[in-house]
Design a protein around this ligand. Structure first.
Ligand SMILES: [Zn+2]
Length: 159
C-alpha cells in the first residue's frame, strides 16, 4: 500500500502520523507513542529506525547554530563578544534539538514511509490503507481521463 507522498510529507511537517494524520502522538514533548492511537501504525518500523530522525535533528540544529553565530558576528563585528557568541551559540545547540525533536521524528517517519511503502502486516487498521488506495485510484482516474482525452484522441470510448 503506498500513500500519496505529498500527503505523507505534509503530515510529517505538521507533527502528525504520516498514515492517518493523527496529531496526539507525544507526551511531555519528547515521549512519542509506540504506535498511532488512531490507525495503529508502529512508528519504529525496523531496528535503528530513529537514526534517520537523529540525523535530521543534527542537521537542523547545526544549521541553527551557524545562523545564530553568523547573525551575531554580522551585527556586532568588529567588536564581537566571545562570551555572547559562546552563550547564544551554546544555548541554540542545546535548545533547538529539544524543540525540534518531535518534528524530527514525524518528518523522518514520513520520509521513511514515502521511501518504503506500508505493508499489510504492519498493524495498520485496514480502513486507513483502503482510504489511501481509494485516494490514489481517484487521482489516477482523474489524471487518466485528462491524459486519455489529451494524448490519445484516437482512443474510442467503451460501448
Ligand atoms: Zn495514524
Amino acid at each position: 500500500v503506498s500513500l500519496p507522498t505529498e500527503t505523507v510529507l505534509k503530515r510529517g511537517l505538521r507533527r502528525r502520523c504520516p498514515v492517518c494524520g493523527q496529531n496526539k502522538l507525544f507526551r511531555h514533548w519528547v515521549h512519542m507513542a509506540e504506535r498511532c492511537p488512531r490507525c495503529g501504525f508502529i512508528f519504529r518500523r525496523i531496528d535503528g529506525h530513529w537514526l534517520g530522525s537523529w540525523f535530521i535533528n543534527v542537521c537542523v540544529s547545526q544549521a541553527a547554530v551557524v545562523v545564530v553565530v553568523s547573525v551575531i558576528m554580522t551585527v556586532t563585528y568588529p567588536d564581537v563578544s566571545l562570551p555572547v557568541l559562546a552563550g547564544l551559540g551554546g544555548a541554540t545547540a542545546l535548545l533547538v534539538p529539544l524543540v525540534f525533536f518531535p518534528w524530527s521524528r514525524t518528518i523522518w517517519s514520513a520520509l521513511d514511509l514515502a521511501m518504503r511503502p506500508l505493508h499489510f502486516h504492519e498493524g495498520v487498521d485496514p480502513y486507513w490503507e483502503l482510504q489511501a488506495d481509494l485516494h490514489r485510484l481517484r487521482e489516477e482516474e482523474r489524471i487518466g481521463t485528462t491524459e486519455l482525452s489529451a494524448d490519445r484522441p484516437e482512443a474510442s470510448p467503451p460501448d
